[in-house]
Design a protein around this ligand. Structure first.
Ligand SMILES: [Zn+2]
Length: 76
């Protein structure tokens, strides 16, 4: 029934995880379908492979972000 709703009205995605400032993971609030932004900015099904890539990107992004913050603090 919930899936039928999505077929008629389309999925209602809400952000489930922010990977980087450009890449996010979304989950449909009705049928729990998960998608993610891929490298070209389109939504793709969240496969285990893409999930792996996102975990790696998230790690790199957070490390870079942390380093940038530390550098700013050193300058200040
Ligand atoms: Zn849905």
């Amino acid at each position: 029934m919930k899936k039928l709703f999505c077929n008629i009205f389309g999925h209602h995605y809400s952000i489930s995880k922010k990977v980087t400032s450009h890449i996010k993971e979304y989950k449909c609030i009705h049928c729990q379908k998960q998608v993610t932004t891929d490298v070209s900015g389109n939504l793709s099904n969240l496969t285990p492979e893409l999930q792996d890539i996102n975990r790696t990107l998230e790690h790199i992004y957070q490390r870079r972000h942390t380093t940038a913050t530390q550098q700013q603090q050193q300058v200040a």
